[in-house]
Design a protein around this ligand. Structure first.
Ligand code: ZN
Length: 402
């Protein structure tokens, strides 16, 4: 297609309008986005509800298309409205202008993560409604706040409300990641996030002595053990090309604190780690191991968990999960190359899976460089238009499941 055709395309214009709303952290104002989405719902002739599970500044908006059999569990098309901050000086165009270049590349914060997906849902529903189709299952489109901050003001609290339970969700779609090649990843699980600080206490004193039982020796013991474990995972990943980062445990030293000056042996030294535990890690055994290292270090070492998520079972990708069968049938019919994977970071899908709801993380952003949270985030207009066709098929298959 040409610039003129893209520029006059109704769906591309709706999408660019959504991109121009700066729902940006650290203090996003969601009201303009809510107004825009309410107008979209009106265009679609579908009812809309706005909930405030956390506070008035963090709305959750749900557009509903009721199915022929409203008792059947529904399909939830979830996306987050918020986007991460920008460094405008590093962008070649204004990050909330949704500028399109001659090649059809549309630049904006949120173009990949994940206003494209929210827009795709609406565009697909618009096309399906226009064609006169109806479905067995009810479809809900949820637009949530705060995903980029872990969903504490969004999905994480919404999922515990009666309003969410009343949606009677049977299966959810949520975000995935772009991929530069033909293949599109489908995420069916996430690693378990544990963030912790080791606090080593010991004998304080003069820096000229060789004191026993110092915090320095203890924290060194812990650092060595953690780094040795890290190396096993580096090797695992390096030696098996089949594995992706989501298949192994990541361990990163993220903070080192303590001490006052270099000739004083301090009474306390701390080391903070970000760890994402692979799904095959026995969490109890792992925790026992960490405590054992603290004892071996000489005692007086404590672990303080900043985040200690429970194990969440991944979504089944076999015949036991009819939603997967329907999803896969759609992507097969569309001749899409999909690759099931474990997500590297965290998304709102984890809250659905925690409730036992199957969820697929999927953004049909193939032939697209991975630019989420990066400067000059963009999506190509043709990829966007193709995505509408992909969602039409996937949504139809899921919503028509008996
Ligand atoms: Zn996202």
């Amino acid at each position: 297609m040409s610039y003129e055709l893209w520029d006059n395309d109704e769906e591309i214009n709706y999408f660019r309008e959504y991109l121009r709303i700066p729902t940006v952290h650290p203090d996003p104002n969601y009201e303009p986005a809510v107004d825009f989405l309410k107008r979209q719902a009106k265009e679609l002739d579908l009812p809309v509800s706005v909930f405030y599970p956390f506070d008035k500044a963090n709305p959750v908006l749900v557009i509903t298309w009721t199915g022929q059999d409203p008792k059947l569990p529904s399909i939830l098309l979830n996306s987050h409205m918020d986007v991460v901050p920008v460094f405008p000086e590093n962008w070649t165009r204004s990050p909330f202008s949704a500028d399109m270049d001659i090649l059809g590349n549309i630049y904006a914060r949120g173009a990949q993560d994940m206003k494209c997906v929210g827009s795709w849902y609406m565009a697909a529903i618009r096309a399906l409604k226009k064609s006169g189709t109806t479905f067995k299952r009810t479809i809900h489109l949820s637009f949530v706040p705060d995903e980029e901050m872990g969903g504490r003001r969004g999905m994480r609290v919404f999922i515990d409300t009666d309003e969410f339970r009343n949606l009677n969700v049977g299966c959810g779609l949520d975000e995935g990641l772009a991929s530069p090649g033909e293949e599109i990843p489908v995420y069916y699980g996430e690693r378990t996030v544990w963030r912790m600080t080791f606090k080593a206490t010991g004998q304080a004193g003069h820096g000229s002595l060789l004191l026993e039982n110092t915090a320095g020796e203890k924290i060194t013991y812990i650092l060595n053990k953690m780094m040795a474990l890290r190396q096993t995972q580096v090797d695992r990943l390096k030696n098996n090309p089949e594995l992706t980062i989501g298949d192994v445990t990541s361990i990163n030293l993220t903070r080192l604190d303590g001490g006052v000056q270099s000739n004083v042996v301090p009474p306390l030294l701390t080391a903070g780690f970000d760890t994402r535990l692979a799904l095959d890690v026995d969490l109890q055994r792992h925790e026992d191991q960490l405590h054992k290292w603290c004892e071996e270090a000489g005692g007086g070492v404590e672990i303080e968990f900043d985040q200690k998520h429970p194990f969440v079972k991944p979504t089944a990708l076999d015949d036991s999960n009819p939603f997967w069968v329907a999803f896969k049938k759609a992507t097969d019919e569309l001749c899409l190359e999909i690759k099931p994977q474990i997500f590297t970071g965290g998304t709102d899908s984890r809250y659905l899976r925690r409730e036992g709801i199957p969820a697929f993380g999927f953004s049909p952003l193939h032939h697209t460089p991975v630019l989420l949270h990066d400067h000059d985030e963009f999506i190509n207009a043709d990829i966007y238009l193709k995505g509408i066709q992909i969602y039409k098929k996937i949504i139809s298959n899921l919503a028509n499941l008996s």
